[in-house]
Structure formats: C-alpha cells, structure tokens
Design a protein around this ligand. Structure first.
Ligand code: NAP
Ligand code: ZN
Ligand code: ZN
Length: 346
C-alpha cells in the first residue's frame, strides 16, 4: 500500500477537506497512475452531498481522471510506465455477464464497481480521483491519444462518454436534428460531439448568456427555455433531445419538442422522480429513455473520435483549495464548462 494526499467529503453538509488515503498494492494486472488532472462532475456533488441516498464518509470523489503511468503489475500488457492514461466512472465489473461480454460494462448485471463509492478488489471502499494517484486494473484504464492535452481530456472520461454514447446509440448524424438541454459540463460536450457527428444542433439553455459560446462550440441554433415562445416555436422539431440538466425539469414540455418517433434521453440525474403524462408520448410515438456513461471500448472509441476531430473539453483548471468554491459555481450554473483540478496541488 502507499499513501497519497487527497480531498474528501466527510458529511453531506460540510466542505471537502484535505486528507490522506491508502492505495492498494499493485496486483499482477494493476496499473498505478500519477494523477495530473481530475474533472469536477456534477455527480461528484450529488454524491458528496448524499443527494442520491446515504454516502459512506469519508469519501474521495472524482471520476474524470487523467495522468501518467508510474508502475505496472507483472502481467500488464497494454500499458507501460510513462503512458498517458485516463480512468472514468468504473474501475471493474464482473466481466462475465452478457452485458460485460458485449462491452456494456456500465450495465453489468452484477453492478459495475464505481471509481468511488464501490467496493474494490481489496474489499475496501473505492476512493476516486481527487487525489495524487490511483491503482486500477488495466482493463479499465483508457489510453489518451497524443493530440489531446491531459487537462482537456479529463472531462471526456465522464462528460464526454456520457453524451457520446446516447448520441451514437440514437444515431446523431447528418440530417438529424439534435437538441441539448443545459450547457454545462455534459451539455457543452454534447454540443461538440453532436456537431462533429454531423447533426444539426440546437442548445436549450436557461438564458441566452452563453449563446456565443454555444455557437462557437458547434451549435446551429440557441434558445432560452425561460422564454415561453421557445416551446411553441420549436414544437415537434427534434429527432433527439439529450437532457443534461442536474435539476428536475418539466419533461412534458421537452417531449413536446420531439418529432414523430423522436427520443428524449435523460442523462441528467436529479434525485426527484420525473413526472410524465401519457399524452406527451402517445400523439407522436415518442420515447423517453435514459443512458449511463458508456462501455470501456466505447470510451476508447470516443477518445479516439475526439482526437480525430480535434475535440477536448473547455476547462478552467483550479487548485485543490478551490474545490469548494468550484462546487458553488457549478451549483449556480457558473461553469465554463468544466472545472478540472490540478492534481499537483493535492
Ligand atoms: P453541470 O455542469 O452543472 O451542468 C448542468 C446544466 O444544467 C447547467 O449548466 C445548466 O445549464 C442546467 N441547469 C442547472 N440547473 C438548472 C435548473 N434548475 N433548471 C434548468 N436548467 C438547469 O452538470 P454536469 O456535470 O453536466 O451533470 C449534469 C447532470 O448529469 C447531473 O445530474 C449529473 O449527475 C448527471 N450525470 C449523469 C451521467 C450519466 O451517466 N447519466 C454522467 C455524468 C453526469 P444552462 O445554464 O445552460 O441552463
Ligand atoms: Zn460524472
Ligand atoms: Zn457483468
């Protein structure tokens, strides 16, 4: 075992505080990674504050990790010391169920092992990426292509794949009209990715404050959801809507924006239930769906796609001591468009 500096949540209401944690000894297929950057995902905040049910404290969150391999186990074949790598939301799964065999580890029938808040192979609670280093089985380590800087790459490990996966699954491509609700961490990646896939992209944001950015990132249209007219003007006009909002929204209003056979995919994960009227779906054969991150092979595919298209996240790099301040800014929708922690400051 080795000890690393980290930041942990210790209660649902208090700030994250500096601490130290132990990382397990390297097993034969393990990779030890010196973390360089870790993104701040809204899921970190939901979890740190016990918004999805009770969190076991102390907990180090963070699942948008990039860094450099510092040591490899004796049986590791895919990585060598010095490689640029990433770790996303999962660090293991059963590897045997139908979903794992089909590259859908995120839907492992026995439950994947979360990068934080799960149980590691040493039987200890997993602790995430707000730390100096991490040890992960090589099958759950991603390769960061040369063309992407490690800070801009970090958010791809969650925000990137969480939007890439439904865009691919529901066929974002030329001729398809895609709307992205909420332009935060996930939303801004959805805009970039959907544009790179050739779709016609519309942002639906609370206001027009970030309009210039949205258009620069690849949106063709940008509307404010605070404007009632938006919902009448755009009625029935999208094939796919990706809802990335971290709070509860009126799903019925967004379903009304779908064309016949359109799908609203919820990736935003507020704790309250969604309330759906049957008549929001029936008149146009609409679907309401959900999606969680992406599989490991798909995550690598997304990273390679981003490198090919020159994409990374728009990041604001912050030192560890600014994590709590960054949380407040994320909660105020004041993020442009992902905070990324400089791990050299832990
Ligand atoms: P984020 O950076 O905070 O972005 C959320 C955006 O939603 C905000 O920037 C804001 O965009 C909009 N928004 C916030 N509060 C709102 C409100 N009350 N009404 C309307 N719009 C509001 O968060 P994120 O990191 O992208 O995560 C978004 C959600 O996805 C979170 O719930 C997170 O837990 C979840 N998530 C799910 C998965 C998955 O696998 N399904 C993976 C990662 C994250 P505008 O300012 O443009 O309106
Ligand atoms: Zn996340
Ligand atoms: Zn499985």
């Amino acid at each position: 075992m080795f000890t690393v500096n980290a930041y942990a949540a210790t209660s649902a209401t208090g700030p994250l505080v500096p601490t130290t944690i132990e990382r397990r000894d390297l097993g034969p297929d393990d990779v030890a990674i010196d973390i360089r950057f870790c993104g701040i995902c809204h899921s970190d905040i939901h979890t740190a504050r016990s918004e999805w049910g009770p969190t076991r404290y102390p907990l180090v969150v963070g699942h948008e990790i990039t860094g450099v391999v510092r040591e490899v186990g004796s049986a590791v074949t895919k990585f060598a010391v010095g490689d640029r790598v990433g770790v996303g939301c999962m660090v293991d799964s059963c590897r045997e169920c139908d979903n794992c065999r089909n590259g859908l580890e995120q839907y492992c029938l026995k439950g994947n092992v979360g990068t934080y808040g799960g149980v590691g192979r040493d039987g200890e609670p997993t602790q995430g990426g707000y730390a100096q280093a991490i040890v992960v089985a090589e099958d759950f380590v991603l390769r960061i292509p040369d063309g992407i800087e490690l800070d801009a790459a970090a958010p791809l490990l969650c925000a990137g794949v969480t939007t890439y996966s439904p865009l691919r699954h529901w066929n974002a491509r030329p001729g398809r009209r895609v709307a992205v609700v909420g332009m935060g961490g996930l939303g801004h990646m959805a805009v970039k990715l959907a544009h790179a896939m050739g779709a016609e992209v519309t942002v639906l944001s609370q206001s027009l404050k970030k309009r210039e950015d949205g258009l620069r990132l690849g949106a063709d249209h940008y509307h404010a959801t605070s404007d009632e007219d938006t919902f009448t003007t755009l009625a029935g006009s999208f094939d796919l809507i990706i809802n990335t909002v971290s709070a509860t929204v009126d799903v019925n209003a967004y379903l009304g924006l779908l064309a016949v056979d359109g799908t609203l995919v919820n990736v935003g994960a507020p704790e309250e239930p969604l309330s759906v009227r049957a008549f929001s779906l029936i008149p146009a054969r609409r679907s309401l769906a959900g999606s969680v991150i992406g599989g490991i092979a798909e995550t690598q595919e997304m990273l390679d796609f981003c490198a090919e298209h020159g994409l990374g996240a728009e990041v604001e790099v912050v030192p560890a001591e600014k994590i709590n301040e960054a949380y407040e800014r994320v909660l105020a929708s004041d993020v442009r468009y992902r905070f990324v922690i400089d791990a050299s400051t832990f």
